[in-house]
Design a protein around this ligand. Sequence first.
Ligand code: PPS
Length: 283
Amino acid sequence: MFELQVSEDGSKYRLLGVRGLRPVRRLPDALLIGVKKSGTRALLEFLRLHPDVRAAGSEIHFFDRHYHKGFNWYRKKMPPTIEGQVTMEKTPSYFVTKEVPYRVKRMNPDTKLLVVVRDPVTRAVSDYTQAASKKNKSGMLNFECLAFVKDSGYNVVDTSWGPVRIGVYARHLTRWLRYFPLRQMMFISGERLIIDPAAEMARVQDFLGLKRVVTEKHFYFNATKGFPCLLKSEGRSTPHCLGKTKGRSHPRIDPKALEKLREFYKPFNLRFYQMTGIDFGWP
Ligand SMILES: Nc1ncnc2c1ncn2[C@@H]1O[C@H](COP(=O)(O)OS(=O)(=O)O)[C@@H](OP(=O)(O)O)[C@H]1O
């Protein structure tokens, strides 16, 4: 029951003690790969309530931006864990970045992959709302101008615009399925995560092989915020909600533009339902 660990330079051996009792930084067992603006922060915060889950707090962007720094750099960004605990990281851009599936497979072909998805139309509006909140408002075109090709009268969707492109989930998933079997991926409805977080958490904990510790007793619905919030969590004795950048009010968008965007997404959504075997029920 003693563990030998190779030191950083690979030359010396050190006796660590009883296997698994000393917390060490490990590469993630599970990744929350997306999708941006679908509820990824909420899911990660809910998972962190579990004593057997340890997750990096911020988005590390290893597989899309820092890959050249190597796996050891990435490992050092992870929280220390003891054996049996699940190490996690979330970076929502992983789902839509071409190179990422291959790189994750190289790290560990058994990595479990979690994907939160939300109606791509509201997701696009949420993405736009975030971008607009960062810019000075006068410098930002309105949603309708950005989502459609100029002078097309809402008839041609601009698929090169990030907030639109990200929502074509079937296309991104096709890439992941070249490297990972579907059974290694779990899809979580962003809508259900708001309506019934405990039920979604039960499924997620099962998928990760964890005891169902996070249950309805951890949540309450905060009517002012309009979202489920947490009754208690590690290091906090008082109830709290996610920050004010989560659950922003969205601008009014021309209903005709929204309708056209819904039409655009329909075949991709149906394809996504077929691929995952889940009907997400988006209008
Ligand atoms: N419990 C709870 N509290 C607050 N917000 C919640 C919650 N559950 C899901 N959501 C939805 O999460 C949306 C933000 O998604 P992400 O966390 O994935 O955004 S990000 O990609 O990390 O920026 C955010 O989008 P907006 O409503 O557009 O701000 C929320 O709708």
